[in-house]
Design a protein around this ligand. Sequence first.
Ligand code: UDP
Length: 473
Amino acid sequence: MQEVEVDAIPLARLETLLAPDRVDRLRMYAARARELLAGRVVWNVNATAQGGGVAEMLQALLAYARGAHTDTRWLTLNADPAFFAITKRLHNQLHGAPGDGGDLGDAERVVYEKVLAENLESLRSRVRAGDIVLLHDPQTAGLVDGIRRSGAYAVWRCHIGRDTPHPLADRAWDFLRDYVEPADAVIFSRAQYPPAWVSRDRLWVIPPSLDPFTAKNVGMEPAVAQVTLQRAGLVATGAVDGSLRFTRRDGSDGFVREHYGLLREGGSIPGTGQVVLQVSRWDRLKDMQGVMIGFVEHLDELPETAHLLLAGPDVSGVTDDPEGAAVLAECLHAWRDLPAPARSRVHLACLPMDDIDENAYLVNALQRHASVVVQKSLVEGFGLTVTEPMWKGRPVVASAVGGIQDQIEDGVSGLLLPDPNDHGSFGREVSKVLHDAELSARLGTAAHSRVQDRFLGDRHLIQYVDLFETLIG
Ligand code: UDP
């Protein structure tokens, strides 16, 4: 296993954004956490240190937990492509999607358990009795029993799920059930997600949160967002003078490199273009292709300056997402098949992953620069790609699926698409926002307040302390 270094961030930083009663509550809970956790370590285990919502959230939340003087640490699994092929299958099927269509039988169990047995050895050399181990997502479920045998508490947190049952999801849950059932507690992002066999007295519903101070979310003037995207080559320009500095998670300075964004197709967006943006992993459930179709089918209704940008991670390196490259290839293929006039309005970008802070800063600039952010997911566990632009006061048009429904109140803090497969309503809603500056501003302002009220770290940390209290208090 690899330990991921996380620097401590004082809670005082978060407190600058909170009303006095929220500050008091947070401080009280932090004091209680220090008492409860004295002499214990809270471990978090997941599949990857970068890419996707779980890594994003752990990075921010653990920094505050450490800032509150609780010994909180992060480990990532050592695993091979065969293991990730199986866990991606689980991920897809839990969402009700067939994925690669492969089995989840005895042969898959052998591969899954072998990798986790190796990881357990490394985990056992670090974890002591009385520690708390938070295991994230299906990749880690098989560690529950081993952790409990070593006298530590095992909490399994599942960041994905479906609002309604599905035979494929049942199949994936059958695979996971024996691993999950002994857990001391199980956490889901929504009350609708747990299967019926998860005992209600050990069930916790805790939605994710966002950190406003990371490179991904830190305040940025519109002009800075624009030149950042110009330097990265995503928006067209002449030369950009001067250095574009940002703060890394370790507090040091970073500088945006020239032509950092890898534009795979479509060239730079004109400087005057209104950007419709979807940022996602290259995953079929995010429906990047559907976004392209919905946009192109409604070009006549959209302003002439409207351009679509589909941005996702560079998938050429080693990744825990074995389908990323294939899904990107499908999108590139669909783009090439577009009629020329439509093609000139659609852009596909891969954002390099070699420098995760720079990547985050670029996503920040994109989300701030966009006239409307969309998330046309077919299913969605929570959707930090919705929370992030909402925090930035951008109008968001997104599918009414999974955790997106907990974030956006339709017509108030964004627009919801009742049927994610209905390209017609997608095009109409995007067009509505692009044509109506007053609506766009109103949705954006309400979106920011919604995140401020419900999806910041204080609420999240407090829920964890409540859980720890129940386990060991
Ligand atoms: N993300 C990113 N670069 C990319 C694509 C995604 O930094 O090229 C981030 C995105 O900003 C968000 C996270 O990955 O913080 C995705 O989380 P979400 O909950 O939306 O979905 P998940 O990927 O976990 O299914």
